[in-house]
Design a protein around this ligand. Structure first.
Ligand code: ADP
Ligand code: ASP
Ligand code: MG
Length: 440
């Protein structure tokens, strides 16, 4: 069985929902994971933010507008009166719940309840649409099987067991619809897999049911060789290995949640990226196959903080790096890039929620410099460190100020740290030098 995930744009309009119906209606049994309609999760986050800031009226304004938009969509999607009414009743109950939330005190748990509503709405609507169109579909509530543990890792045994149970209860169905993104935490409270988490839901389910393939359907023809939001003339890449896809997702290629390939790479379950608006395009196949050598793609990750830790004769003083790493471990902050010299070590973090505490500890053993608003630009491919074309990368050194460089950490990745204001220029320059064959 395959698992197919459709993102926000794919379920964001009546036309696109019809495309999704045509894609999934091929007679094969399948699991379908849906995101919230595009824009909804952003609105829900903004509503929670209004409540946190003590602005309930602004929250209610947004809730009413969103409610109206859903009713308009329902009227053009569902022409069966009975189904139309049933869905409107459900949607109204969700919006009444959101209004009730505006009377409550803000908490993380309240926010999690609020942002979970987007996927509950889209799946209910889409399942009803399939029923109207005569397709045998069942709604499997993600909150009855999707759970993370105390380390925020998927609780695979629980998921496998509980997914099978809800699946078997609807064994006669053809299409099994479930919510992406939302889950329970280790205390069985509503939580989520972080923004963009529906991709991760799909591969977690794929691993739990040992799927033949996981498909991520979105609004572009697969993984492009550079970020299409900032660079012109980017091109889709037809094949990527799990390692390459994991690096790109982790280092900012928004098309995939950073953890997407983790659940499926051990079992070698292929992940295919496809375009809902252009289903005939090949897309990208991510698998265990190693592909041709050389740099294949570039991605960038923002909001990086660089920390320079200086101490006289640092490297010869054995145990120094251990002390540094222990501080980051104590504050559960992971390090992305690291470079060393005799007198200093520079490293980067993307989660700066414990930065003050980390700096307080580091200042006890060294002199510290902090640079915020940095971006990691990451070049990904196969055997890139020794590849004859890799030298072209160094052509950009004359045009862009590079703060750190990580070369040789793995054969799949070369990373550069730059100021975020130089990001677009760097991505475009690299595109020219590496993919557009500018004569040097
Ligand atoms: P969905 O809502 O379907 O999950 P996303 O917005 O999360 O879709 O991801 C798709 C978007 O990712 C694309 O529209 C594109 O703008 C962006 N993107 C960023 N980097 C890349 C890349 N390297 N290749 C393809 N798309 C990318
Ligand atoms: N709806 C969630 C988000 O916007 C999850 C997802 O789309 O993957 O982040
Ligand atoms: Mg996404």
């Amino acid at each position: 069985m395959k698992v197919l995930k459709f993102g926000g744009t794919s379920v964001g309009s009546v036309e696109n929902m019809s495309n999704v119906k045509n894609i999934i209606n091929d007679g094969e049994k399948k699991v379908v994971v849906l995101s919230a309609m595009s824009g909804t999760t952003n609105q829900l986050v903004a509503i929670a933010q209004n409540i946190a800031e003590g602005k309930p009226n602004e929250a209610i304004d947004k809730i009413n507008k969103l409610h109206e938009t859903y009713f308009t969509t329902i009227d053009s999607l569902l022409n069966n009166d009975q189904i139309n009414k049933r869905v409107k009743d459900f949607v109204s109950s969700v919006f009444s719940f959101l209004v009730e939330c505006t009377y409550k005190d803000f908490s993380e748990s309240l926010e999690n309840h609020i942002v979970a509503q987007g996927e509950l709405l889209s799946t209910y609507m889409f399942n009803s649409f399939l029923n109207q169109e005569g397709i045998k579909s069942a709604l499997l509530p993600a909150l009855s099987f999707m759970r993370i543990d105390e380390y925020n890792e998927p609780d695979l045994n629980y998921i496998e067991k509980n997914f099978k149970e809800v699946f078997n209860n609807a064994i006669d169905s053809q299409v099994y619809i479930t919510q992406g993104f939302i889950c329970l935490d280790d205390s069985n409270e509503i939580s989520n897999l972080q923004r963009g988490g529906s991709d991760y839901t799909a591969t977690i389910i794929g691993a739990a049911i040992k799927a033949d393939e996981v498909q991520i359907w979105t609004d572009i023809d697969g993984m492009h060789n550079n970020d299409p939001r900032y660079v012109e003339n980017t091109k889709p890449i037809s094949n990527l290995s799990f390692d390459e896809a994991a690096e790109l997702a982790y280092f900012g290629a928004k098309i995939l949640h950073p953890q997407t390939v983790t659940p499926v790479r051990t079992d070698g379950i292929p992940v295919r990226l496809k375009n809902t608006m252009n289903p005939n395009a090949f897309g990208t196949l991510i698998s265990s196959e190693t592909t041709e050598k050389g740099i294949k793609a570039i991605a960038a990750k923002d909001n990086i903080t660089a920390i320079k830790i200086k101490s006289a004769r640092m490297l010869q003083a054995h145990g120094f790096l251990k002390k540094v790493f222990e501080i980051f471990e104590t504050y559960t902050t992971s390090i992305d890039m690291i470079t060393t010299s005799e007198v200093a070590v520079s490293l980067t973090i993307d989660d700066d929620s414990n930065l003050d505490k980390i700096l307080f500890e580091l200042e006890k053993i060294a002199t510290i410099e902090v640079d915020k608003n940095q971006s990691i630009v990451c070049l990904v491919g196969h055997s890139i460190v020794n590849h004859q074309d890799t030298f072209k990368l160094f052509q950009i050194l004359q045009d862009v100020k590079i703060r750190m460089i990580s070369y040789g950490g793995s054969n799949n990745n070369i990373s550069l740290l730059i100021h975020s204001k130089d990001k677009v220029k760097t991505l475009c320059k690299l595109n020219d030098y590496l993919f557009e064959l500018v004569t040097l």
